[in-house]
Ligand binder design. Structure first.
Ligand code: NAD
Ligand code: 6OD
Length: 484
C-alpha cells in the first residue's frame, strides 16, 4: 500500500495539488498523504472524461458489460490489497471487509453487467405507427461517495454509470481514498480506455467535491452522504438543472412485535444497530418493542451490546469498530451526553472504552442502548450514525406504525413478527424506501434502493440505476405500408 494517494486522470496517476493526511481510526495515527484536487485538476479530470465519452458511449452494451466483468475479475485478483486499503482507512474488521465490503464491489460490476446486457427494449406498434425508445448516456457523471462503506458504495454507482455508457469522475471521501485509488490502478491494469474512469481526491464544500458538482462539464451528479450535503449539492446544480440521484441519511425504525421469534429479533437487532459501528445509513437507531416483550428484549439487547468485541481489525472475532474520525467520535459522544441531559436511562455503554494500549488514541465509542426518552427528543429525531439505539415500548400495531413514521427521514425499516399478514400490513404502511421483515440488510441488487423524505431522491439498483444513468429518446415512426 502506497503512503501517498494520487488522482487518476486520463488513465494515469496525477500526483499534484497540496496534500492532506488520513488517520488510522484504530490508533489516531496518520496513515498516508492524499493529494487534494483544486479547480484546475478537477478541470483536467472532467476534460479527460469528456474526451473519452464519444468512444465509450458508442461501444455496444455487450462490450461495456465485458469491461465490467474484467474489472470484477481484477478486483478478485487484488482482493487482499483492497481489503488492506479499506481497513487502513476505516479500521473495519477483516471479517466484515472480506465478506461484505470488497466482495460487493466485484458483485456490483458483475451484476450491472448482466442487467444491462439482458435489458429488453420496449416498442409499441399500432397499425401504421411504431414507437420505441432508445437510451443514451447522460454524459460525464460526478460520483460523490462517503466514508462508511467506501468501496461498496463507490462501485454501486461506478458499475451502472459506466455500463450505461457514461464516463465518470469519482470523488471518494477525504477520510477513505484508498480502495478507490486501488480501483483506479485496476482500471489501468485491465486496459480500460483512458478517461472513462477518473478519480480526484479532496474535501467537499469549498474543495474538490464542490468544484466537481458545479463544473459546467459535468452533466449529472450521483451522491451518497448526509441529507444536508445533498441539499447543498442540489442548490449548487440547480441553475443547470442537472439530474441528481441522492442516497442520503436515515433514522431507521425497527418494530418488534410480541409474536416475533425473540432470539432472532435480538440477534437481528444486534446486527442492525451495531454493524460497521452503527455507521451504515440502514442501521436502526429507533427500536419500538411491544410492551409484553419490551423488558426482556431491552435487557437482552443491552447484554449483547456489552459483549461486542473491540478487537483489532486483524482479529477475526472483532465485532466493534471505531468511528471514522475524531470529529465523528465527538459528534456521537455529544449525543450520548445529550441523551443523559434529555433524561435517558443508559441500559448499555454511554462512554468511551479504555484499552491501555495504542487504541486509546483511536476513535472508539461504546455500543449504547437507551430507553426512557420522549419521541420528540433530539436523540430520537436526529441521525447519530453511531452504535446506538433508543428503545420505546408500544401497545398497538397502529401506534407502532405511527411512531415509526414520525420522522423526517424515510430510508429503511425492519419488522420482527411471526405473522405474515401483520408483516405485509405493517411493511406497506411504513414510510420507507426499504423494509426488511425478520432480517436486515439482505440485498438483491436488482431491487430499487433508496429513501423517501430527507433520505433521498430517486432509486438505484437493477434497471432503476440504468434508468437514472441514461436518458430515453422516444422515436415514433409513421409507417407507410408498401413504401421502402
Ligand atoms: P457527507 O455528506 O459529509 O460527505 C459525503 C461526500 O460528499 C464526501 O465525499 C464529501 O467530501 C462530499 N461532500 C461534502 N460536501 C460537499 C459539497 N458541498 N459538494 C460536493 N461534495 C461534497 O457524508 P459522510 O459523513 O461522508 O457520510 C455519512 C452520511 O452518509 C450519513 O448521513 C449517512 O446516513 C449517509 N449515507 C447514506 C447512504 C444511503 O444509501 N442512503 C449510504 C451511506 C451513507
Ligand atoms: O447495499 C447497497 O447497495 C447500499 N447502497 C448500501 C448503502 C448503505 C449505507 O450506508
Amino acid at each position: 500500500m502506497s503512503d501517498q494517494v494520487t488522482h487518476f486522470i486520463g488513465g494515469v496517476p496525477v500526483a499534484e495539488g497540496a496534500t492532506f493526511a488520513t488517520y488510522d481510526p484504530v490508533t489516531g495515527q496518520p496513515v498516508r498523504r492524499v493529494h487534494e484536487a483544486d479547480r484546475a485538476i478537477v478541470d483536467r479530470a472532467v476534460a479527460a472524461a469528456r474526451a473519452a465519452l464519444p468512444g465509450w458511449a458508442a461501444l455496444p452494451v455487450a462490450e461495456r458489460a465485458a469491461w465490467m466483468r474484467r474489472l470484477a475479475d481484477a478486483i478478485e485478483e487484488r482482493f487482499e490489497e483492497l481489503v488492506a486499503a479499506e481497513i487502513a482507512d476505516t479500521g473495519k474488521s477483516i471479517t466484515q471487509t472480506r465478506t461484505l465490503d470488497i466482495p460487493r464491489g466485484a458483485a456490483n460490476f458483475r451484476s450491472f453487467a448482466e442487467i444491462a446486457a439482458q435489458r429488453p427494449e420496449s416498442a409499441f406498434h399500432l397499425r401504421d405507427v411504431l414507437s420505441y425508445t432508445v437510451r443514451r448516456p447522460l454524459g460525464v457523471v460526478a460520483v460523490i461517495v462517503p466514508w462508511n462503506l467506501p468501496f461498496l458504495l463507490a462501485t454501486w454507482k461506478i458499475g451502472p454509470s459506466l455500463v450505461a455508457g457514461n464516463t465518470i469522475v469519482v470523488k471518494p471521501s477525504e477520510h477513505t481514498p484508498g480502495s478507490v485509488a486501488v480501483l483506479a490502478e485496476i482500471a489501468a491494469s485491465v486496459g480500460l480506455p483512458p478517461g472513462v474512469l477518473n478519480v480526484v481526491h479532496g474535501f467537499g464544500g469549498g474543495s474538490t467535491g464542490q468544484f466537481l458538482v458545479e463544473h459546467p462539464g459535468v452533466d449529472a451528479v450521483t451522491f451518497t452522504g448526509e441529507s444536508r450535503t445533498g441539499s447543498t449539492i442540489m442548490k449548487s446544480v440547480a441553475d443547470r438543472v442537472k439530474p441528481v440521484s441522492f442516497e442520503l441519511g436515515g433514522k431507521n425504525a425497527g418494530l418488534v412485535f410480541a409474536d416475533a421469534d425473540l432470539d432472532a429479533a435480538v440477534e437481528g437487532s444486534v446486527r442492525s444497530v451495531f454493524t460497521n459501528g452503527g455507521q451504515v445509513c440502514l442501521c436502526t437507531e429507533r427500536l419500538y418493542v411491544e410492551r409484553p416483550v419490551f423488558e426482556e428484549f431491552t435487557t437482552r439487547l443491552a447484554e449483547r451490546a456489552g459483549r461486542l468485541k473491540f478487537g483489532r481489525p486483524a482479529d477475526e472475532d472483532t465485532t466493534m469498530m471505531p468511528m471514522i474520525s475524531a470529529e465523528h467520535r465527538d459528534k456521537v459522544l455529544s449525543y450520548y451526553e445529550l441523551a443523559k441531559d434529555e433524561g435517558a436511562e443508559i441500559r448499555a455503554g454511554g462512554g468511551v472504552p479504555r484499552f491501555g494500549d495504542d487504541r486509546d488514541g483511536g476513535y472508539y465509542v461504546e455500543p449504547t442502548v437507551l430507553t426512557g426518552l420522549p419521541r420528540d427528543s433530539r436523540v430520537n429525531r436526529e441521525e447519530i450514525f453511531g452504535p446506538v439505539c433508543h428503545i420505546t415500548p408500544f401497545d398497538t400495531e397502529a401506534e407502532a406504525v405511527e411512531l415509526a413514521n414520525d420522522s423526517e427521514y424515510g430510508l429503511a425499516a425492519t419488522v420482527w413478527t411471526s405473522s405474515l399478514n401483520r408483516a405485509h400490513r405493517v411493511a406497506q404502511s411504513l414510510e420507507a424506501g426499504l423494509v426488511w421483515v425478520n432480517t436486515w440488510y439482505l440485498r438483491d441488487l436488482r431491487t430499487p434502493f433508496g429513501g423517501v423524505k430527507l433520505s433521498g431522491i430517486g432509486r438505484e439498483g437493477g434497471t432503476h440505476s440504468l434508468d437514472f444513468y441514461s436518458e430515453p429518446t422516444t422515436i415514433t415512426i409513421k409507417l407507410e405500408p408498401g413504401h421502402d
